[in-house]
Design a protein around this ligand. Structure first.
Ligand code: EPZ
Length: 419
């Protein structure tokens, strides 16, 4: 497996254009199955999870054409029985095929998407909602069997504002008889992006971005062209890298309101934030302040997907910081690797206590998940000396080219191929 070789201690400087959003592109690619025609997706990030999702669509009969960051998908004729099993297990987001396919394929089965290091990742909320809409679901030997006679619009009350479940219900509702209302819906920007895509396709949908979304089913759909939003988590990762390593950078192509909570935390740490007509500037010119209590929450709260990266930055802040992880049950895995680099992090249940140290020492560390891996890259930039971050494949699941982006900002980072 390849790894990253990082020579730490360099301040970051410059401007970086942020890639399209992984967590917007994946549901939008799945939603292209709703229409028996062509969908063109622009600014699609070329990352592993997108490649897997496109392989699945190809396996069921979609024609796919890729030109740079533009993807053409023709979903006129699909055959769910040919679903590529080998791709399904490779990524969690395969569960998003459920909502897209129940309206087009009367019977099909999907491998139960595995959990991952950050949690068990159950899909009970998805399945309960789709059952309520008329999908007959059986779970047997790691498979989810769906048999749908009639899909009907329903009032769905979510027990938790699950992002994926909200997206699946939105997609199933497109093909359902009547109106579907989702209560306690997820409010993430990626939900709004999916809704904007569906509206462009011809769907009547209101309330995306609020906790109550209404979708009118059976609208005529049309060929659609859509540009995916900028990736707020990639932008937040690079801003945190500059906060930790020092310097001044500008991230372009992402909206301030999508990472407002992070920017507030960066200012509390002692960074200067400035909005420009192209994006967001962060300047970090001093040792950072610790932050007393940070709680990860659904949007608009502090995103769990930036928790590990913030933890890395706080390892060198003055004083003691505490992070509470409320979204996933096992998302502190990277603390152990950071402690190998001289950090002082104590984990107790869903709480991480980080006591700031003056220096991090370069280390040979192991990425265990996507965002934890990005956190180790940040730590490598902050440490003195040469670090190696193994298992770069985890990071490539969500970052199109973290080496190129950070090198463009003055970092000394390169890929070294595995033995
Ligand atoms: C999406 O995952 C994102 N992935 C995640 O990003 C992100 O961390 C998460 O939303 C929260 O914002 C994509 O969009 C592809 P959830 P999702 O359903 O939809 C529990 C990254 O790093 N839950 O909102 O799976 C679940 O266990 C990834 O880019 C149930 O209990 O998140 C978790 O504790 C990681 N039953 C919580 O809800 C269910 O049926 C949040 O999950 C569904 C979820």
């Amino acid at each position: 497996m390849a790894s990253y070789f990082i020579s730490g201690g360099e301040k970051l400087k410059g401007t970086v254009k942020i890639q399209g959003s992984k967590n917007a592109a994946l549901p939008i690619i799945a939603a292209s199955l709703l229409h028996r025609g062509t969908t063109v997706i622009r600014e699609c990030p070329w990352i592993l999870d997108v490649r897997y999702m496109l392989e699945v669509l190809k396996s069921i009969g979609c024609s796919i054409f890729i030109d740079g960051s533009t993807v053409w998908i023709d979903a006129s004729d699909i055959d769910a029985s040919k679903l590529a099993k080998e791709c399904i297990g490779k990524m969690r987001s395969s569960i998003l095929l459920l909502g897209a396919m129940v309206g087009r394929c009367a019977q099909f089965s999907l491998d139960y998407p595995g959990g991952c290091t950050i949690g068990a990742r159950p899909v009970d909320i998805h399945l309960k909602a789709l059952s309520r809409m008329g999908v007959h679901i059986q779970e047997q030997e790691g498979q989810i069997y769906c048999d749908t006679k009639v899909l009907s619009g329903e009032e769905i009350q979510l027990p938790y504002p699950s992002v994926g479940a909200t997206e699946n219900i939105m997609m199933a509702a497109v093909k359902a008889e009547g109106v579907t209302w989702i209560h306690n819906a997820a409010r993430e920007p990626e939900i709004v992006d999916l809704a904007e895509f569906l509206k462009r396709m011809g769907v009547r949908i209101i309330g995306a971005g609020t906790e109550r979304i209404g979708i009118l089913g059976k609208c005529p759909l049309c060929d659609t062209e859509y540009q995916v939003m900028g990736d707020r988590i990639v932008a937040g990762t690079y801003l945190l890298a500059a906060a930790g390593a020092g310097g001044e950078i500008e991230v372009c192509g992402v909206k301030e309101e999508h990472i407002h909570c992070l920017l507030q935390i960066c200012e509390k740490m002692g960074c200067e934030i400035r909005l420009t007509d192209r994006g967001i500037c962060l300047r970090s010119s001093r040792r950072l302040f610790s932050i007393e209590d940070i709680h990860t929450q659904p949007f608009p709260g502090f995103p769990t997907d930036l928790q590990s990266q913030l933890m890395a930055v706080l390892t060198k802040a003055v004083g003691e910081s505490r992070i509470f992880e409320h979204v996933f049950e096992n998302r502190f895995g990277t603390a152990e690797e950071l402690n190998k680099m001289g950090a002082d992090i104590q984990i107790k249940n869903n709480r991480a206590v980080i006591r700031g140290v003056a220096k991090l020492k370069a280390g040979h560390v192991y990425a265990k998940d996507l965002r934890g891996g990005a956190a180790l890259v940040i730590a490598g930039l902050m440490a003195e000396g040469d670090s190696i971050v193994e298992n770069s494949i985890f990071i490539e699941r969500g970052y199109q080219d973290i080496c190129k982006d950070l090198t463009g900002l003055g970092a000394k980072i390169k890929v070294i191929e595995g033995k």
